[in-house]
Design a protein around this ligand. Structure first.
Ligand SMILES: NC(=O)c1ccc[n+]([C@@H]2O[C@H](COP(=O)([O-])OP(=O)(O)OC[C@H]3O[C@@H](n4cnc5c(N)ncnc54)[C@H](OP(=O)(O)O)[C@@H]3O)[C@@H](O)[C@H]2O)c1
Length: 172
């Protein structure tokens, strides 16, 4: 099982504002839904509360330090490592699943980046104001394996570039 990050990032590193997304990207949400469908998804408690419900058709795992926190339709983990472990064990039993998806937000991405092997990044082609960020993607550590430009559709606030990165293997 690979650990993969799925994220949309503005040119200035912003990923969120006031607990929500600072853009409307309907085309990208459809692509995100298709890419994550049937897989385990891991998110921070704040991202879960921003969405307000489990994402259908996926094993939802919420990470919180609050031992009393619960929500219907989601599994709870108290460390990121425990969430990845749970997702890996459960994912192995799901047919055709080879990826654990980390879906945010800023706190979780910062901790997951060193553990990830693949990044699915929607680059939002604008600088946007916000209060949650993604760390810089180091080109020495990550290579682009595919990239495509997506024009802004009727229900999209911005044009985007969808890029998949894989961690460079160390040459010894
Ligand atoms: N652009 C995108 O692709 C994207 C994707 C997802 C989210 N977002 C945005 O990101 C923002 C939310 O990000 P955020 O950084 O504020 O919050 P977050 O990462 O979603 O959640 C943070 C919470 O996760 C829990 N947590 C974090 N690390 C933990 C650990 N090691 N062990 C146990 N629990 C841990 C804590 O919950 P407790 O406080 O309950 O202990 C913490 O308060 C929102 O604006 C959202 O819309 C953007």
């Amino acid at each position: 099982m690979h650990v993969a990050i799925h994220v949309a990032i503005a040119e200035n590193g912003v990923i969120g504002r006031d607990g929500g997304l600072p853009w409307r990207l309907s085309t990208d949400l459809k692509r995100f839904k298709a890419d994550t469908m049937g897989k385990p998804i891991i998110m921070g408690r704040k991202t879960y509360e921003g969405i307000g419900r489990p994402l259908p058709g996926r094993l939802n795992i919420v990470v919180t330090r609050d031992k009393a926190w619960r929500a219907e339709g989601v599994e709870v983990a108290h460390t990121l490592e425990a969430a990845i472990q749970l997702a890996t064990v459960r994912g192995r039993r799901m047919t055709g699943v080879d990826e654990v998806c980390i879906i945010g937000g800023g706190e979780i991405y910062a901790q997951a980046l060193p553990l990830a092997e693949r990044l699915h990044v929607t680059h939002v082609l604008a600088a946007v104001d916000g209060d949650a960020h993604f760390p810089p993607i180091d080109p020495d550590a990550w290579q682009v394996v595919s990239s495509r430009e997506i024009a802004s559709g009727e229900k999209d606030s911005h044009a985007t570039r969808y890029t998949v990165y894989e961690r460079r293997r160390e040459i010894v």
